[in-house]
Write a protein that binds this ligand. Sequence first.
Ligand code: NZQ
Ligand code: ZN
Length: 384
Amino acid sequence: MESFEYQAGTKVLFGKGQIEHLPEEIGKFGRKVLLCYGGGSIKRNGIYQQIYDLLKDCEIYELAGIAPNPRITSVKEGIALCKEHGIDVVLAVGGGSVIDCAKVVAAGVYYDGDPWKMVSENIQTENALPLVSVLTLAATGSEYDDGAVITNLDTNEKLGYGNPLTMPKVSILDPTYTYTVPAKQTAAGSIDIMSHLLEQYFGPDNTYLADQMLAGAIKTVIRYAPVAVKEPDNAQARGELMWTSSLACNGILSQGCAYGGWCCHAIEHELSAFYDVTHGVGLAIITPRWMRHILNEKSVGRFAQYGRDVCGITGLDDQETAEKAIDETEKFFASLGVPMTLRELGIGEEHFDEMAEHAGRGRLANAYVPLLKEDVKAILHDCL
Ligand code: NZQ
Ligand code: ZN
């Protein structure tokens, strides 16, 4: 088992009505608030008004219109607002895109150079404004980790930024806030959660404990994603998905395991950078193709374990179990109603060369089953 250091400094307030604690939590940091949100879903479902009612004693400034696959332009706008108004605390209300953008704003206030340089070179700041998040979509785990992913449309880049200072100080997780998430987005979010778990499951040297926890979390997604897609206001399904989302991405489930490479995410970020696709949809297309590509003598045992422990396959040898498990994973994604080929998204092979060159910036060569540029290209071709 590998040595590790782990600290999750986020106070989680989970459950219906936890928003009532917002004034006291915000009040710990000050009264000048930058409210960050997306394209308007929080206005339509009433959360926006609820926040204004609760924070009536605060001075609120707004960074609105943060797009899915959040842009560096929004980050710059947010940093300027913080500096102009002397903001005390950043409040992100939305999905992963809003929280990610807010994180980079919170750190960027303490960085004097170009914010895109800070992101692309993963420059650590000495400080960050405190961040409070109110999650409205179960997917990325951004509410409980220190990562953010930002897109630069000018350079066709979508890059991760990690800074422990940007971990939310408080995250309010009210599953009823996700009742209004459309079926397509519920499906994409659930596939993202599942992908985070699979990226950790397929590692070179997992602990027994990690395998048990990851398998349990994957089974939770398989059980409850279809329920949430069909019954958007099913409290049990929304709650299970929300807490699984938070646990899936901050590393707690795979501490002590060797790093597997997060290959599907590296490839998906290229797709989003060039074509602005929904993250979970890209992952649904890539994951089964990646699985088939890396299934070999070295990995077959692990895939067979996945087939038996997660998919419940019995009575077949390792190779057959592995192949069936991959087919079942693909069928599960398709059953949620997402597109399963790049052609359905209108994407051809024009940029595969550049995408394969950039993916993971060379790190995929050290993945569980190493991927070189030609491997990434082959996987992308299989996705057509
Ligand atoms: O913008 P609004 O109007 O709010 O609508 C959003 C958006 O259109 C909508 N939505 C959110 N909550 C809703 C709702 N609609 C109705 N009711 C609600 N309660 O959903 C749409 C998608 O939102 P977005 O925030 O983009 O989705 P998601 O949470 O999946 O975030 C995706 C982004 O996170 C990054 C992805 O790459 C992508 O950029 N990731 C961040 C990670 C992290 N920080 O650790 C890890 C992930 O692997 C991922 O890469
Ligand atoms: Zn993801």
